[in-house]
Ligand binder design. Structure first.
Ligand code: ZN
Length: 275
């Protein structure tokens, strides 16, 4: 099958506040906005595909009571209804939804797209099944944001054709046409994957939370070790970072768009002004 191109539009739905010196070690001790970005991918045959969903006001509802209220205490979220994914794309139009990982800022809008086929990794599903509703918040997972039977009805990347990349290792070709390739980027969260897209303007790599600021790739400036408390696996995180550094060195022309990275916002801005 020949390679298919997709179009890409990156969006944002809400934000939380983070400390700059946690995001990049050595940065000032000020608070910065952590925008929850996600993407609309238009595939000529498969239709509209979302990569993550950003926050929705459901975050407030599900964190009202203990123990999820601890999540809300640690993460001050701001989102308005107009910013939510369902206000930016008609849910009836969306045929597939890819989840990079299961944190609330990525799955917040999941319930608004009940007819879309949901894709994620086997490790994400395993994590979901292994954590009780009560314990989920400790891993950034809020079960109320997921449809009933989600872990049985969602599809696994691992059921797709495999591809081998010299730097990124074994990945999955979502539609068997090289338009969307999923590669594991574990560490920040169990089972996290990024999506390497073949767009009309060339490849773009959506890397989710594999890093928070592009300086982790370009200048070796990673987050403060304090954030390891919230990470699934610090060693795996650093290995994923190293892979992306090698990838970037070899392919400097391919944009690496991370969910909360200022460079991703600049990318959105540059596309908006180009329109
Ligand atoms: Zn995350």
């Amino acid at each position: 099958m020949s390679r298919i191109n997709v179009s890409l539009s990156v969006r944002s739905s809400g934000y939380c506040l983070a400390y700059a010196h946690h995001v990049v070690q050595g940065d000032p001790k000020t608070k910065i906005r952590f925008e929850a970005t996600w993407a609309i991918i238009d595939h000529p045959q498969e239709g509209v595909i979302l990569f993550d969903t950003g926050y929705t006001s459901r975050f407030y509802d599900t964190t009202k009571t203990f123990p999820n209220s601890i999540y809300a205490k640690l993460t001050k979220v701001e989102v308005t209804e107009e910013q939510e994914a369902k206000s930016q794309i008609n849910p009836n139009q969306v045929s597939h939804l890819i989840l990079s990982h299961l944190h609330a800022d990525h799955v917040g809008g999941l319930l608004d797209f009940p007819d879309a086929i949901c894709w994620t990794s086997a490790d994400c599903i395993q994590e979901f099944n292994s954590l009780s509703t009560w314990k989920g918040f400790s891993k950034g997972l809020l079960h109320d944001l997921f449809p009933k039977n989600w872990s049985r009805t969602s599809r696994r990347f691992e059921s797709c054709e495999t591809v081998n990349h010299s730097i990124l290792g074994t990945g999955y070709d979502l539609f068997g046409d090289e338009s969307i390739l999923l590669f594991p980027l574990p560490g920040h969260a169990a089972g996290q994957h990024g999506a390497l897209l073949q767009t009309y303007e060339g490849p773009v790599f959506l890397v989710a939370d594999a890093f928070w600021d592009i300086r982790a790739i370009t200048h070796g400036l990673g987050p403060s070790p304090i954030v390891r408390l919230f990470f699934d696996d610090w060693k795996a995180y650093n290995e994923s970072l190293e892979k992306l550094r090698t990838f970037h060195k070899k392919n400097p022309e391919i944009p690496l768009l991370a969910t909360h990275c200022p460079q991703t916002l600049e990318w959105i801005e540059s596309k908006n002004t180009a329109e």
